[in-house]
Design a protein around this ligand. Sequence first.
Ligand code: GLU
Length: 193
Amino acid sequence: MCGIVGYIGKNQAAPIVLDGLSKLEYRGYDSAGVALCVNDEIRVVKAQGRLAVLAEKLNGMPPMASHCGIGHTRWATHGAPSDVNSHPHCAARVSLVHNGIIENYAQLKEHLMKRGYEFCSETDTEVLVKLLDHNYHGEPLDAILRTLEQVRGSYGLAILFKDFPGQIFSVRKESPLIVGYGAGENFLASDIP
Ligand code: GLU
């Protein structure tokens, strides 16, 4: 269980994502993080501890103008609470947040390591992002479908592709995820609050 929030629209993403996460913090609170599309880069900031620790870290950084972002509050299932195990997890071209459990992560990790991927966390989630990167050949939806065919488990995912700034890709199986369509802005959340 965890909190996921996504925002895309006319307003600044970071404050909206943080505010959304604060309303979902009851779902997980051992660490938190955000990924923001800033120009053609994805910037990731994450920290172990309550959301306030992340907010303080962001406040201490130069402001990041972004109209598209995803965020996460974690309730660890695989890997201790730590900065490095916090979400978002990243590969060269993809960043994502995950709610759920990838049951066959150990086999997938071995498969990816044989193909040169390096892992820095103990999470099941990192396997998803590296597998997406491996399956990505310019078409996000193809990469997502191919990846999910290989994965066993539960997931609510919010995904950013570096090549597609300003778009959030999302998919769920057994984990909750809600899309809110607005006027000139859209939202994603793992619960109604
Ligand atoms: N299984 C993932 C992890 O341990 C996601 C946990 C969650 O849903 O917060 O990092």
